[in-house]
Design a protein around this ligand. Structure first.
Ligand code: FAD
Length: 479
């Protein structure tokens, strides 16, 4: 056998590669993906920027502990399938996470290269490995599904928390069923995050891999209404995980909120993403987007709603009570929103919505803010500047100011402890009820995809421990 060619030396000083983007003119009216992914040449060049640290801090910083150093090394060698295999040891969702995870808060924040230069673009490399493996993975997913034979576990909700729990439990031979209230799978990944950030086929292909592990899905099934938790246990489920997310939007609580043309981001995005209102009347669900839209908020939902409004041809303003540095959305989405011509009105908050005789919203009255002392989150709190009100014309207003857990299941489940609407869990991820676990946004409030996955993984470990007679060793041999 001929010896392997020597690996090229790391080159951290080389400039970080930028993601090729869809031309802004082609984005109108369309969910076409904006970030196009690295070319092979870019992926190789970016992979070479990794220092291959002795103690890679990026791995500890990844809530799923993906072996980032090893997968990037595979990419340096041109072994993209191998890179994908390394990621898949920990996560079956590299196409999703490579696109929507806030890498700048986790692995890329910890990247040693970032101490002197720009950090390695770990997220874009993860995405490249995933996209490269698509064909091979489609073939694998098309084979006969596995038939697990262990105890039955019910997962409520099909967001990232439940999806990773299903992956971990199915690999340990549990018979997993996911119950989802909506007709589509994926939670926020399907109804909240637009296709121009996360194409549906990428999400569906990665979910299909769970089917091949034997995971069952039941859609249009609201636990707490279609069946209670007790009824699931009566059906033979040995444990339940609640990953129902935070789908109850906060309202602005200002005069005029009932005017026509005022939406919560949740409704606005569900209409456009899940019901494809951008294709109305070909699709039955409409959405009213006027000539001017104001979106209130500074997180991912606000960027997504504003970018959809822009795609629907509306002049769009994001109204945020703090400054640009405090925006909570992914950096990439903020930059894309700016590229797309969205205007930002910083340090301003809404005080009233004004309408016409027909009940349609026509403008939004705002007040200037200044930043005062830090609040409990450590961020400086916005304080209104007296006498500084002003108006912005708006035929559509979208409130994107955060979400709380939907209370349906909690209300139908006596003895399930909650605090301020969030389900309370112990350090094992267990709720106040025996063999009922919870994680993700229903526990944390609005959070991130990767932290929801971290919780789902922790709960799967705890469920395995709870259901194993020997406290966590494999039970494959159980009858
Ligand atoms: P969810 O994803 O909310 O899924 C919960 C699921 O449970 C839903 O499908 C719901 O229909 C279902 N459900 C609820 N009640 C029941 C019931 N009683 N019975 C059955 N099913 C039920 N994070 C990032 O890291 N990056 C981003 O780019 C990003 N963008 C975002 C954009 C938007 C618009 C929003 C709203 C959030 C975004 N987030 C982002 C946050 C991230 O999506 C969430 O933190 C994450 O999805 C939470 O996952 P989860 O599994 O806890 O719940």
């Amino acid at each position: 056998m001929s010896p392997l060619p020597p690996r090229p030396k790391p080159d951290p000083k080389a400039p970080r590669q930028s993601l090729p983007l869809l031309d802004p003119e082609l984005r109108e009216g369309s969910p076409a993906e904006v970030a196009l992914g690295f070319t092979e040449e870019q992926a190789r060049a970016e992979a070479l920027r990794c220092l291959r640290c002795q103690k890679p801090t990026c791995i500890d910083a990844c809530p799923l502990n993906i072996d980032i150093k090893r997968f990037i090394l595979r990419m340096v060698e041109g072994d993209y399938a191998g890179a994908h295999d390394v990621i898949s040891e920990q996560s079956p969702f590299p196409g999703v996470c490579g696109r929507v995870c806030q890498h700048e808060l986790f692995c890329e924040d910890a990247c040693i290269v970032g101490r002197r230069w720009d950090p390695v673009a770990i997220g874009s490399l993860e995405r490249f490995a995933a996209d490269h493996a698509r064909l091979r993975m489609r073939e694998l997913a098309g084979g006969d599904p596995a038939c697990p034979s262990g105890p039955k576990v019910a997962l409520v909700g099909s967001g990232p928390a439940s999806l990773i729990a299903a992956f971990d439990l199915a690999r340990k031979n549990y018979r997993v069923t996911i119950f989802e209230a909506l007709h589509e799978l994926g939670g926020v990944l399907a109804y909240g995050i637009p296709g121009f950030r996360l194409p549906r086929e990428i999400l569906n292909e990665e979910i299909a891999r769970l089917r091949s592990l034997g995971v069952q899905f039941v859609t249009s099934f609201v636990v707490g209404k279609s069946a209670t938790l007790d009824e699931l246990f009566d059906e033979g489920f040995a444990a339940v995980f609640i990953g129902t997310g935070a789908g109850l939007p906060y309202l602005l609580n200002i005069p005029g909120e009932n005017l026509i043309g005022v939406y919560t981001a949740n409704e606005f995005l569900t209409r456009l993403n899940l019901m494809e209102a951008y294709r109305f009347p070909e699709r039955p669900t409409p959405v009213h987007v006027g000539r001017q839209t104001v979106v209130v908020g500074g997180g991912n939902s606000a960027m997504d709603a504003a970018r959809w409004a822009r795609r629907m041809g509306s002049e769009t303003t994001i109204l945020y009570r703090r400054g640009r540095a405090e925006l909570k959305a992914r950096l990439e989405e903020i930059e894309h929103a700016e590229d797309e011509g969205i205007r930002f009105e910083f340090l301003a908050a809404p005080v009233a919505l004004c309408g016409n005789h027909d009940g349609f919203v026509t403008s939004i009255e705002c007040i200037r803010m200044e930043l005062g002392d830090p609040d409990e989150s450590g961020r400086r709190s916005p304080v209104p500047v007296p006498g500084s009100t002003f108006r912005i014309p708006a035929e559509t207003v979208v409130a994107a100011i955060g979400q709380a857990p939907n209370p349906t299941l909690q209300k139908a489940t006596p003895g399930l402890h909650t605090r301020r609407g969030k389900i309370v869990i112990d350090e094992q991820g267990q709720t106040s009820l025996h063999r009922v676990f919870a994680g993700g946004d229903v526990v944390r409030g609005g959070s991130t995809v990767i932290l929801a996955m971290k919780d789902g993984r922790a709960a799967a470990t705890a469920i395995h421990r709870a259901l194993s007679p020997n406290g966590g060793n494999h039970h494959e041999s159980r009858p």
